[in-house]
Design a protein around this ligand. Structure first.
Ligand SMILES: Nc1ncnc2c1ncn2[C@@H]1O[C@H](COP(=O)(O)OP(=O)(O)O)[C@@H](O)[C@H]1O
Ligand SMILES: [Mg+2]
Length: 277
């Protein structure tokens, strides 16, 4: 079942200073299945955030359509929960208050929402921190709280826009591995935006590669890695390395390749990495 279906998405902005029209998203189509993790990878400025914002309902497209659960997106909804790079937690609410907020807004009784919150806090390793405030948590913990808060609403799709871009490299690896573990446990549907090739491959079932502006889908690559995944074994895995190299070259080329067969990985194992591009 397709949870998210983006068809011929096109977005133009009019620059406030110059009055010039900027094509932020050229013509983007792809879909995400229920319980699938899709990374959207592309160079800076290719329109990744714009696509995510349209799916979130924060912005509207110039043309094309976005369906979530078969329905046209019409404004923000907890059904499409967003994990922001800048945490966006409620600083005046405790950890527990942050996670239960959405459920409270939906009228879920206190005992039930606290039971759900505890379950997700445990999932992200924040049990015991219920009474703390966001400022008492490290950056990594705040990001985990952001994930727990979104997942507690059991969204149709979880939207993540470079959520680990502002944490140090070591914490980033740890958070990526944790997110993978959470995904493998709960199987949410995830739309994950990044310009980091390793991250895109490590996390995803499929990687949607966007070309530079005016962006189009250059290729969709299926990641040939089994789950559960761990960095230690991924880095030693030739399929992981082949996929990363392939995508790195694709991004460097800047444009979709006319002849895919020339650029596809050579080994038969890695050949499975090339999807329906
Ligand atoms: N509100 C806006 N007004 C004008 N131009 C914008 C606006 N938002 C984004 N853009 C432009 O659209 C393009 C795509 O931006 P963005 O979606 O943020 O790219 P990415 O997330 O891939 O780095 C960029 O050229 C950016 O400058
Ligand atoms: Mg962006």
């Amino acid at each position: 079942m397709r949870t998210l279906e983006i068809s011929n998405l096109h977005k133009e902005f009019v620059d406030a200073y110059t009055g010039q029209t900027v094509v932020a998203v050229g013509d983007v189509s792809f879909s995400i299945e229920q319980g699938e993790f899709v990374s959207v990878l592309g160079p800076s400025g290719c329109g990744k955030t714009t696509v995510l914002n349209i799916v979130a309902g924060f912005d509207t497209q110039t043309s094309g359509s976005v369906l979530v659960g078969g329905k046209q997106v019409d404004g923000p909804s907890p059904e499409r929960g967003v994990v922001f790079q800048s945490f966006a937690l409620f600083p005046w609410k405790t950890v527990l208050g942050n996670v239960t907020f959405g459920l409270r807004m939906r009228g879920v009784p206190r005992a039930d929402r606290e039971a759900v919150a505890h379950q997700y806090l445990e999932l992200v390793g924040l049990q015991g921190f219920e009474a703390k405030y966001p400022h008492e948590l490290s950056g990594g913990m705040q990001q985990r709280l952001g994930v727990a808060r979104v997942l507690a609403n059991e969204p149709e799709v979880m939207l993540m826009d470079e959520p680990f871009a502002s944490v140090d490299a070591q914490t980033r690896r740890k958070l990526q591995e944790e997110l993978t573990g959470i995904f493998e446990t709960k199987r949410p549907t995830v739309f994950f935006v990044t310009h980091d090739v390793d991250e895109a491959v490590f996390l995803a079932d499929r990687v949607v590669v966007l070309s530079s502006r005016p962006s189009q889908v250059a290729e969709i690559v299926t990641v040939p890695l089994e789950r559960p995944r761990h960095w230690r074994s991924a880095l030693d895995n030739p399929d992981f390395r082949h996929t990363v190299t392939y995508l790195t070259d694709l991004l460097a080329a800047g444009e979709p390749n006319a002849d895919e067969s020339e650029d596809a990985p050579e080994t038969s194992a890695a050949a499975g990495a090339v999807g329906e591009g």
